[in-house]
Design a protein around this ligand. Sequence first.
Ligand SMILES: [Zn+2]
Length: 197
Amino acid sequence: MDPSEALAKLLEGNRRYLEGRLRPILHANPENKPYAAVLGCCDSRVPPELLFDAAPGDLLVLRTPAHIAEPTIVGALEHAVQADGVPLIAVLGHTGCRLLGAAVELHLKGLTEAQGPNVHAVLRLLQPSVLQAFGSHAIDPRKVPKLHLEATLRTLRKSFTLARALQSGRLQIVPLMCEVATGRVDPAWESLGAIAA
Ligand SMILES: [Zn+2]
């Protein structure tokens, strides 16, 4: 499957989800041959297998806080591309991300005791995207999800393995945004309107 076919298949799965035409779950796929990898947020409202009506074996799914791509995550994606020949990596952002909202709060109000060191460690990793939003001309926290999606894409493109696959045309890396109110996933995510942090 080529990258554009894989993207079309993902979006067709999302159409079935939106129309309530989910396929019966089949566990008959004999191969671990995912047609796409999805790096998404761990938010409970954005489960990729459901949103894309995927069967076991269809998707390699990685979920982290606000789709942060730390080295182990990048390594897993590199392995998927090298060993499994995955033609598409979709980075799935979503509206109303509470972690990005908390990262904005941290920037505006500082650390609260309730957040503790582990939550702080997550929010610290999101600060570059927040700072970018607040450092630009018009301060607008609604820009944060878009900027953070772009930051994750930049991180992935820095990988030598992924960059080589991109150059050869074997791989595409695409941003997607899910509107949590409806479950609609849109590659032209700017059309979703207000993307509240
Ligand atoms: Zn989120």
